[in-house]
Design a protein around this ligand. Structure first.
Ligand code: SF4
Ligand code: SF4
Length: 141
């Protein structure tokens, strides 16, 4: 009995790969306007929180720590494992601090490798000194 497709299978053993791309040695460019790995520029961020409000899968988190000068050290983290690459956060960021790049190679065995984060310092507000209290003029009798 002749196995179906046996002749074709043997011929293909000696042919070049149909894709002609030796991935991952050779990484073909993404399609135009591809929504891939998020990049976040904390120097542009103003901590408005809009990106977190519009992110449906809650892939964006924020931590705030206080440093020794009393300033807030703010870190925004994007979990690429939860992200759906919808780009809503980037569209809503008035400061253009978020971009979706054309990088689509995001294989990871460690969940931490799928976190994109950035940190900036929000200075504590400078409170002007109170003016000295002026004594009230004495009321005339
Ligand atoms: S990344 Fe943009 S939307 Fe998100 S907190 Fe910063 S400025 Fe606001
Ligand atoms: S691309 Fe969409 S899912 Fe991903 S972090 Fe932004 S809003 Fe959330």
């Amino acid at each position: 009995m002749v196995l179906p497709y046996l002749e074709e299978a043997i011929k293909n053993l000696f042919k070049r790969p149909a894709t002609r791309v030796s991935f991952p040695k050779e990484i073909p460019p993404a399609a135009p306007d591809y929504r891939g790995r998020i990049s976040y520029d904390p120097t542009l961020c103003v901590n408005c929180g809009m990106c977190m409000r519009v992110c449906a899968p809650a892939a964006i988190t924020k931590t705030v720590e206080r440093n020794e000068d009393g300033d807030d050290v703010i870190t925004l983290s994007f979990d690429l494992g939860s992200c759906t690459y919808c780009r809503t956060c980037a569209d809503f960021c008035a400061r253009k601090a978020i971009k979706l790049t054309e990088d689509y190679v995001m294989v990871a065995t460690n969940p931490a490798d799928l976190i994109v984060s950035g940190t900036f310092v929000k200075k504590k507000p400078v409170i002007p000194p109170k003016p000295p209290v002026q004594p009230l003029p004495k009321a005339e009798a």
